[in-house]
Design a protein around this ligand. Structure first.
Ligand code: ZN
Length: 143
C-alpha cells in the first residue's frame, strides 16, 4: 500500500465516523455519569455519558461539536469501550494515549482507532484525538 493510499484510508475512515458518528445521542440530566470536555486549541466540545454495570461498560454515548478528528475519535472509542471492564478500558486508554505520542503499542488491541496514529504528525491535533478518551478516563475514575 502506498503512502497516498494510506492517507486516503485514514481520511475516509475519519470522515465516515465524523459524518455518521456511532453512539451519538443526547447527553441529558438522566445520564447519571457524564462529563463535559473542551479543547480550547481547536474548539472541540464533547459531552460524554457512561453507564457501568458490574464493573463493565454497558453504555457509552456522546454529543457535542468538534472537528472531524475529535468526533471520529470519540465515535471509535465508544465502539471499542462498550462491553469492556473498567480495567480493560483504562488499559486501552493508556495505549491510545501512548500511540498519539508516537509510541509503539499493540495496535490491534485498539481496533479501528489505530488509524488515528496519524495525528502524531500533527501535534496540535493530538488533543482533538485524545479529548474523548481523557473524558472517559475521568468518568471512570469515579467508579
Ligand atoms: Zn479538534
Amino acid at each position: 500500500m502506498t503512502l497516498h493510499n494510506l492517507d486516503n484510508l485514514y481520511r475516509q475512515s475519519v470522515m465516515e465516523h465524523a459524518k455518521y458518528p456511532h453512539h451519538h445521542a443526547p447527553v441529558t440530566e438522566k445520564d447519571k455519569h457524564q462529563i463535559q470536555k473542551f479543547n480550547p486549541t481547536c474548539g472541540d466540545m464533547i459531552s460524554l455519558a457512561v453507564t457501568v454495570d458490574d464493573d463493565r461498560i454497558i453504555d457509552c454515548h456522546f454529543d457535542g461539536d468538534g472537528c472531524a478528528i475529535a468526533i471520529a475519535s470519540c465515535s471509535m472509542m465508544t465502539d471499542i469501550m462498550i462491553g469492556k471492564t473498567i480495567s480493560q478500558s483504562q488499559e486501552l486508554m493508556r495505549m491510545f494515549s501512548a500511540m498519539t505520542m508516537g509510541e509503539n503499542i499493540n495496535f490491534d488491541a485498539i481496533g479501528e482507532a489505530q488509524i488515528l496514529a496519524g495525528v502524531t504528525k500533527f501535534p496540535t491535533r493530538i488533543k482533538c484525538a485524545t479529548l474523548s478518551w481523557h473524558a472517559l478516563d475521568d468518568l471512570l475514575a469515579h467508579y
